[in-house]
Write a protein that binds this ligand. Structure first.
Ligand code: ADP
Ligand code: CIR
Length: 386
């Protein structure tokens, strides 16, 4: 039900006539799937879910999109909304099963994108990539009073492949080998080793997760979105020798490129990530859309796909939820727990990052996050102890 990879066009030389015939043939949505979608949609509509999916999937849009499919991969509305239908506690609840979904299901994606990325309207366009220089940003916490560690990541999809729900086992292996071939050519500080999850023992896996280097297994939001099929095939992690440059393969996105280290030197961490992205970009073809920027599985990651975060202790502000809410809205920051999304904060350590990733250049995204964290630290210093 989730996909129809058998009907996927495999050869670029297919004539437009064959493609048109295929598109026509692939348009029907199975009637059992339709019924299931209608029931689940009603349950979401009747729920108290605060997800962006519930807010923007009106009955009118649902009825318009429920019989649509994407031309090349035959993805349905169900592929896009299954995570939010299963998990009413989603923040967003929407994923793109393939790059075409952003256009076919634009009536749903566009308002969610506009809402999440703070006013990126459907007539807006992501600016050209402009990384700039991280050295412009001073260390956010030179005395080490607040920031435990800093991390900057971005996601990339390879051209010619759909996203998780439409990938076949063969695709996962192919993606992994193409990405590994590129990783093998990394030099200098980026030199390191790749390990596939299929060959990694559970103990080493858990150690890497506890050290915040590796993704968790079994995220229910991703699982419901169809992102865990054939697990652990094709999934793995690349670590440079210093363990401050990491690449995740085939987790949520085809590639996640990550730079991280202790302390608050955001500029240095950012420059390291940029160097890695550029080195990989010389060897791999990334999928970038003129309007939406780098295409990712989750619409929250479109555009630059950058999430720059600090693990930070702000004890006074954390005791003042009203003030914290006001500040994070003002600075457009998102607060997560210590072990990532949907986790709790341990020992008062929160993960605070830029919320929006779309509508600004890479440099502007880092600047926004830098200004925001600086603002929070200043507010913490001024706050009275209770
Ligand atoms: P992402 O969407 O960026 O991959 P997640 O919320 O899933 O983020 O977190 C992935 C991992 O990265 C988690 O282990 C999380 O604790 C870790 N992480 C995020 N930010 C930092 C940071 N500033 N320092 C150390 N680890 C971090
Ligand atoms: C959710 O909807 O909560 C998950 N699918 C994760 C969404 C991405 N997270 C975010 O807010 N950046």
């Amino acid at each position: 039900m989730l996909l129809n990879s058998k009907t996927r066009p495999k050869f670029k030389f297919l004539t437009s006539w064959i493609l048109a015939t295929f598109r026509h043939a692939s348009k029907k949505v199975d009637k059992n799937l339709l019924k299931q979608m209608e029931d689940d949609f009603q349950k979401l509509a009747d729920s108290k879910s605060k997800s962006l999916l519930r807010r923007h999937l009106t009955k009118e849009i649902f009825d318009k999109l429920k019989t649509q499919t994407t031309p090349s991969y035959n993805s349905t509305l169900m592929h896009c909304i299954s995570s939010g239908l299963c998990n009413h506690d989603s923040g967003v609840g929407l994923y793109a099963p393939d790059p075409e979904a952003y256009k076919v299901f634009a009536d749903l994606f566009d308002p969610v994108i506009e809402d999440y990325h703070k006013c990126f309207r459907k007539t807006d366009k992501q600016p050209e990539t402009a990384f700039g220089k991280g050295k412009d940003f001073e260390n956010l916490d030179p005395d080490g009073n607040f920031i435990v560690s800093t991390r900057v990541r971005c996601g990339r999809a390879l051209k010619g492949f759909p996203f998780n729900p439409c990938l076949t086992e063969e695709d996962y292996n192919k993606l992994q080998s193409e990405i590994c071939a590129a990783l093998k050519n990394l030099k200098g500080e980026y030199k390191g080793c790749y390990e596939s999850l299929s060959t990694m023992d559970k103990c080493s896996q858990q150690k890497l997760i506890d050290d915040h280097l590796l993704f968790k297994e079994g995220d229910r939001f991703l699982e419901a979105a169809g992102a865990s099929r054939f697990w652990p095939i094709g999934r793995g992690i690349y670590l440079n020798d210093a363990k401050n440059f990491v690449v995740w393969v085939n987790e949520e996105d085809h590639i996640r490129i990550i730079s991280m280290e202790k302390g608050g030197d955001l500029g240095k961490v950012y420059d390291r990530m940029v160097g890695g992205v550029e080195a990989l970009g010389k060897q791999l073809q990334f999928n970038r859309d003129e309007r939406l920027g780098f295409l990712t599985f989750c619409p929250t990651n479109l555009g630059t796909s950058i999430r720059a975060s600090v693990h930070i202790k702000l004890p006074k502000l954390m005791n003042d939820p009203e003030e914290l809410k006001e500040l994070s809205e003002r600075y457009r920051l998102q607060i997560r727990g210590t072990s990532g999304e949907h986790s709790e904060a341990k020992d008062g350590v929160h993960d605070i990052s830029n919320q929006r990733r779309l509508g600004l250049t890479e440099y502007e995204i880092i600047k926004e996050m830098h200004t925001g964290i600086k603002g929070l630290i200043e507010a913490e210093k001024k706050a009275k102890s209770c």
